[in-house]
Design a binder for this molecule. Structure first.
Ligand SMILES: [Zn+2]
Length: 343
């Protein structure tokens, strides 16, 4: 098969579009012929590497993918060759205490497709049958692949971990990234009032098109925490979605008493100082999560397939031009999910 892979960490130049043996589906696994993959910031971090990361080389990036069933491994039932499927990249062992309790995303032997195992920048990938969800007629693979990781992640964070309720106010820090655009839509679907801080008018237009109620342009309002405080009558918001990390001090100021600060990542870097006084004096909760459960994947993909949630799509590139796709992702100029078309 054709794949995009690399043999060492580094910049865009380490990516190679080349031949690689087609994987064999093991017991319980399914071989998927991919039609689309979607890029995530994770792909860049894995390519660059970090202290302690261990990859089996050559490594194929890519957590998100959708396509059709090409072959079934031993013991797989309920799927047929030709079925169209989207992949849940969150690979739990299915056997540990967390997996048995339904929390595959807390698995003791947790693996992420495209990080711990070879991913979706390829014509084929092998995945466990329970990580596949059928795509109904009328939905294309690109939409399914672009929605999967970000909506799954945002749903687990806002709904399951954050317990977001109708009538609450939510501030989303960032307006155009995949998880943020998913969070805006999920918060609106839950009946919340949504505030969004964005870096430019153009990026805030995306948030507005998704139903965001209050837009704050941080190029004009650098201390947006004060702006939120004012706009809420000096109350603050109930929930802050902060996947930047370094913005935590501002997010803690923007949160009201009893507020919850949700985080699934740190596009601005992992380490920063916080003022403990905000946490106790305002009764704040800081709530982290990663990915989601198998049940949540089904819930969120059915909402995508029924049109209630929609991934924002940026450009698409052929698999052979994955380098250009990652270059665009690194530039930060994209407006939504960048995808690869395969085959
Ligand atoms: Zn497990």
């Amino acid at each position: 098969m054709k794949a995009v892979l690399f043999y060492e960490h580094g910049d865009l130049d380490v990516l190679q579009y080349t031949g690689f043996p087609t994987p064999e589906p093991g017991p319980g696994q399914v071989l998927v012929r991919l039609k689309a993959a979607a890029l995530n910031a994770l792909d860049i971090w894995v390519r660059n590497g970090w202290p302690g990361i261990k990859l089996e080389y050559p490594h194929i990036p890519g957590a998100d993918g959708a396509g059709e069933v090409a072959a079934l491994g031993e013991g797989v039932t309920g799927l047929s060759v030709g079925d169209r499927v989207v992949i849940n990249s969150n690979l739990g062992c299915g056997e540990c205490e967390y997996c048995r309790a339904g929390y595959e995303n807390r698995c003791r032997n947790w693996l992420l497709l495209g990080e711990h195992v070879r991913g979706t920048y390829a014509e084929y990938v092998s995945a466990s049958a329970r990580n596949l969800y059928p795509i109904p007629p009328g939905i294309d693979e690109r939409t399914a692949a672009a929605a999967a990781l970000v909506f799954h992640t945002a749903w687990h964070s806002l709904i399951s971990r954050g317990n977001l309720q109708a009538g609450e106010s939510v501030l989303v820090v960032g307006s155009s990234g995949g998880v943020n655009t998913a969070s805006i839509q999920i918060a609106k679907l839950a009946g919340a009032t949504v505030y969004v801080v964005g870096s430019s008018r153009e990026k805030l237009d995306i948030a507005a098109s998704l139903g965001a109620d209050v837009l704050i342009d941080r190029s004009e309002e650098p201390d947006w925490s004060k702006t939120v405080f004012k706009l809420t009558g000096k109350r603050g918001v109930d929930v802050v979605v902060d996947n930047v990390g370094t913005t935590f001090p501002m997010s803690m100021r923007a949160a009201g008493k009893g507020g919850r600060i949700l985080t699934v990542g740190n596009t601005g870097g992992p380490k920063f100082e916080i003022d403990n006084r905000f946490i106790f004096a305002k009764h704040l909760s800081i709530i982290g999560s990663t990915m989601g459960t198998v049940n949540e994947f089904a819930t969120v993909m059915s909402l995508v397939f029924s049109g209630k949630l929609k991934p924002v799509l940026d450009r698409t590139y052929p698999l052979s031009e994955a380098r250009a796709a990652q270059e665009r992702l690194e530039s930060g100029e994209q407006m939504g999910k960048i995808t690869l078309s395969i085959g």
